[in-house]
Design a protein around this ligand. Sequence first.
Ligand code: DQA
Length: 145
Amino acid sequence: MSLIYVLNGPNLNLLGKRQPEVYGHETLAMVEADCRRVAEELGHSIRFEQSNREYEIIDWIHAAREEAAGIIINPAALTHTSIAILDALNAYDHPVIEVHISNVHKREAFRHHSYVSLRADGVIAGLGTEGYQLAIRRICTLLKS
Ligand code: DQA
């Protein structure tokens, strides 16, 4: 049984209330419950976290070096700005999947560039909150191979 980290960046605590026309009506607690169910079905467990503070996300990525078999990360707006998160992920040796609820490529130009994509083994965007479950399935496949 492996531990998978699911990390969420700024403003995702407001999921379900914030711009539902873009991000949907599901709350982050519902996303967490879905992730736990899918991971357990596949014989794994998850640590699910959200922070509005960049340093906290970096600290979790460092902790993942010691204990996580994979990271799923939605860095939210930090996707487009944070070289520090990219550097932390570059110091992590196992699979990384980047998730975006919305299709960032259909939105403003500043959302089209992702620092995290320079490290991610896969990127899911525009599949709504279902993207998290698909990312867990993909990490589990990578862990088997
Ligand atoms: C997001 C897309 C980002 O551009 C935005 O800043 C977010 C959420 C998404 O999940 O679609 O906060 O990462």
